[in-house]
Design a protein around this ligand. Structure first.
Ligand code: WT7
Length: 667
């Protein structure tokens, strides 16, 4: 990192002190402050998870905490009935109806801001649910939501939940192709989208992408609802709107004051599905349950983020990813707090935007990604220093490992050394946090996510399945089920078993103890049981905390005429954590050229979105291969990182390495 010399004392402190105890002022008021919780949950597992279920209102009490008779198809809280929207809205109305549920901060700066009280949010969710129901949306119909950070996105999620219709949110930054792939995979016949939105002050045409995406849907789409975000400002993007495309405001107005009673769902019914990247080209449709997932989102929000109803909690993630689902929408609203929703970028209109928001809304928690923290560091301390951040009580990070230097900067300059930091390891599949400290209990070690949460049996093991200790690297595994876990991959139980269980489980066994979940992360563990996550061990790149499959990117590249072969790897990047490096072989009739490089970049953006844009496209005469013909990805990563390559003599084509290095250097 280049310009952190403005805080030389940090460097010194880093070497002197690598442990921080939670500030006393925090511990005194923490939701969880009894260290005995770890032993207690171990002793009472799985019954301990009634603590999570008790945070919710159940229409029908569950018969059992966990049914593990058919692993890995675990059922949490079977027999129980509830509705997620009633838990996030209706039950708060008496006490908190006039309190803010959502503080929305829109772009352009401040002009569009809206506050939704719980009563207002409840009203609009009911109206929109009535509209969806009139269109024919019923229980188990999958509704795709393709929207940026506008309040209508959580409203639509909760309206779907009210009807018992699972939602499938597609990140607005994803391409038209990504939208059609996901709608096709889920056979989704309903779509809620918007005309456009703002990015750093400029309007962006989202409806054009939507229309392109709809062209790629292979079944009939019965209804599309369009939120008018740009209104008159979007005049430049005139599109013919088919008659079947409804205007969101008109739908809501037509059901003014409507009331839709929440549909009782079984605890094990699907609340939503979310596609994520894996080793193969086809995204995985992770399905989450109503009872287990919502309990998990609520319990971790309370225990780890220390959320209380009186808080104004700020998570800067996008709802298009799991972080936003669990920790902008479901967890915070289930607890009846105020959750902030920020549409814009952290550096627009200026680089102090987040600090200005923390100050003016008096935010009590900030949950963000290491990649963002590294940008803040680079921009300089003058931006946070210009604001009063004393309302903050807790800081969190998620999405990728945080380097100790960024941790210390966050702790000092944002937390003023008086806020605990929770470094939370989890995944789309886990539904919520799994390995992280309890902020009112745990000593913090920068760079390490910490111990597994109470009741979570996470262990680092070697390929024989034995525990690894003493800081050696192994594989992170979860040895017992947990309420927030994915239920399966949508309509693909076989792939669910293959992707997550096969490596470490006895898949013929009907005994839950023989089943081990493998999240495909490498990790190490120290003598205190603190887990440091080292990153993915599959072919997934983590760019700015977002998961991208290398196969998906490679197939977009080989689609370009003139490309014979491509290999994509993640290389280290100062700000993004990892960046996409593409090594490309041209066909005999094509030469490497800037024009070809541009077509490659464009094809990746079209297939996935700008987030997958390669940092470098390196034309290679050949790809380094083993004698058996396998591409040596690790070597390509080392080349991207300019790291020591070790022995390359076992390659079928060792000479190619130097040529590729030269190409990259001249890039
Ligand atoms: C992958 C999951 C968790 C929601 C956002 C990303 C990496 C996540 C951490 C952390 C080190 C982390 C892992 C994981 N990851 N949090 N605190 N420390 N690595 O969700 O897209 O499903 O990605 O992100 O590699 O497997 P996701």
């Amino acid at each position: 990192m280049s310009n952190d010399t403005d805080t030389p004392e940090l460097e010194a402190r880093l070497t002197d002190q690598d442990e921080f105890t939670p500030p006393e002022s925090f511990v005194e008021q923490a939701n969880v402050s009894d260290p005995g919780i770890y032993d207690e949950f171990d002793a009472t597992w799985p019954e301990c998870w009634t603590d999570a279920a008790d945070l919710l209102d159940w229409e029908t009490p569950y018969d059992q905490v966990l049914d593990d008779s058919n692993p890995p198809f675990y059922e949490w809280f079977p027999g129980g009935g509830l509705n997620a929207s009633a838990n996030c809205l209706d039950r708060h109305l008496d006490e908190r109806g006039d309190e803010a549920a959502i503080e929305w901060v829109g772009e352009p700066a401040d002009e569009a801001n809206r506050t939704y009280t719980y009563a207002q949010l409840h009203r609009e969710v009911n109206e929109f649910a009535a509209g969806l129901r009139e269109m024919g949306v019923g229980e188990d119909d999958i509704v795709t939501l393709y929207m940026p950070m506008v309040p209508e996105l959580p409203i639509a999620m909760l309206a779907c939940a009210r009807l018992g219709a699972p939602h499938s949110v597609v990140f607005a930054g994803f391409s038209a192709d990504a939208l059609s792939t996901r709608m096709n995979a889920a056979d989704s016949e309903y779509l809620v989208t918007c005309d456009g939105y703002y990015r750093r002050g400029d309007p962006l045409d989202h409806y054009a992408k939507t229309l392109d995406g709809l062209d790629g849907v292979s079944h009939a789409v019965s209804d599309v609802v369009v939120v008018d975000r740009l209104g008159a400002n979007g005049d430049g993007f005139d599109h013919d709107r088919p008659a079947a495309h409804h205007d969101y405001d008109a739908v809501v107005a037509a059901h003014d004051g409507a009331s839709v009673s929440p549909v009782e769902r079984d605890a094990t019914d699907m609340l939503f599905l979310m596609y994520t990247s894996g080793t193969t080209g086809q995204p995985k449709g992770v399905t989450h349950s109503t009872g287990g997932y919502l309990s998990w989102a609520a319990w971790t929000s309370q225990a780890v983020l220390d959320i209380k109803p009186s808080d104004t909690y700020f998570c800067s993630a996008d709802i298009g990813w799991i972080t936003g689902h669990s920790y902008i929408v479901y967890g915070p609203l289930a607890l009846g707090t105020t959750t902030m929703l920020y549409e814009g970028a952290p550096d627009h209109p200026d680089k102090d935007r987040l600090w200005e928001l923390v100050e003016s809304y008096e935010a009590t928690q900030l949950y963000t990604a290491p990649t963002a923290i590294r940008s803040f560091m680079k921009w300089g301390v003058e931006y946070p220093d210009a604001h009063d951040l004393s309302s903050l009580r807790l800081l969190g990070t998620v999405g990728e490992p945080i380097n100790p230097r960024a941790w210390t900067w966050y702790y000092t300059h944002i937390g003023d050394e008086s806020c605990p930091i929770v470094d939370t390891w989890w995944q789309t599949e886990t539904g919520g946090m799994m390995v992280t400290g309890l902020p009112g209990v745990s000593t913090m070690k920068p760079g390490s996510a910490g111990r597994p949460l109470p009741g979570v049996d996470a262990r680092v093991i070697d390929t024989d399945g034995d525990d690894v200790a003493g800081g050696r690297a192994g594989h992170l595994t979860i040895q017992k089920p947990w309420p927030g876990m994915l239920q399966t991959l949508y309509e693909n139980d076989e792939r669910f078993i293959d992707e997550y269980w096969r490596v470490y489980s006895d898949t013929d066994s009907g005994d839950s103890a023989d089943w081990v979940y493998f999240p495909e992360d490498g990790a190490k563990v120290d003598d205190d049981g603190y887990i440091t996550v080292l990153g993915r061990v599959d072919d997934v790149v983590n760019v700015s905390g977002h998961r991208l499959g290398t196969m998906e990117i490679e197939s977009a590249i080989v689609d370009v005429p003139g490309v014979a072969e491509a290999a994509v790897v993640g290389g280290d990047h100062d700000l993004k954590g990892e960046a996409v490096y593409a090594y490309v072989l041209t066909t005999d009739d094509h030469d490497a050229s800037d024009a070809l490089r541009e077509r490659i970049v464009a094809s990746v953006e079209d297939a996935i979105g700008p987030i997958a844009r390669p940092e470098a496209v390196v034309f290679a005469p050949e790809l380094p291969k083993t004698r058996s013909g396998k591409i040596m990805r690790r070597l390509l990563e080392d080349i991207a990182n300019d790291a020591d390559l070790g022995d390359t003599s076992t390659l079928r084509n060792p000479d190619v390495v130097e040529t590729i290095q030269d190409q990259l250097a001249g890039d």
